[in-house]
Design a protein around this ligand. Sequence first.
Ligand SMILES: [Zn+2]
Length: 158
Amino acid sequence: MKPAGHAAVSLALGGGTYLVTGSPGSVGVALLTGVLVDLDHLPDFYRWFILDQSNRIWLLLHSYELLIPAILLSYATDWNPLALAGTLGFLVHLLCDQWANGVRPLTYFFTYRALKGFRTSEMAPWTAESVYSDLLHLPFMPRLLPPTIAWIRKLSRR
Ligand SMILES: [Zn+2]
């Protein structure tokens, strides 16, 4: 799912959490966890687009296993609205990606990816070309992405 979709779903989720708990901070926390999970793409993008190594993908934060400490934290804080909103934002991010990204059923389990050697071919029909093309459909990316990749490649050669 694209960032705008994650933001919309997370805002709705945070709003629902606010209505139930009365904690306005839950909107911001759900939005943060629901969108920032995708920061884990950056190391993969570096390897894919700068080092030309797209045969592996890590997606370290896209891991259902991380729900365990998140749920334990929520429980330990007596279901603090902020902890609950963060946990729900994270869960819904994974579920939306599971639904929208065309991945294999177990792709968003870290254990599965590790057992498969993080081979991209075991996760989804993604290629560096298809992911690059998808990125170019995001706002501002046609003007930002090509020069940024060229600049980082130039820096990496030094
Ligand atoms: Zn994601």
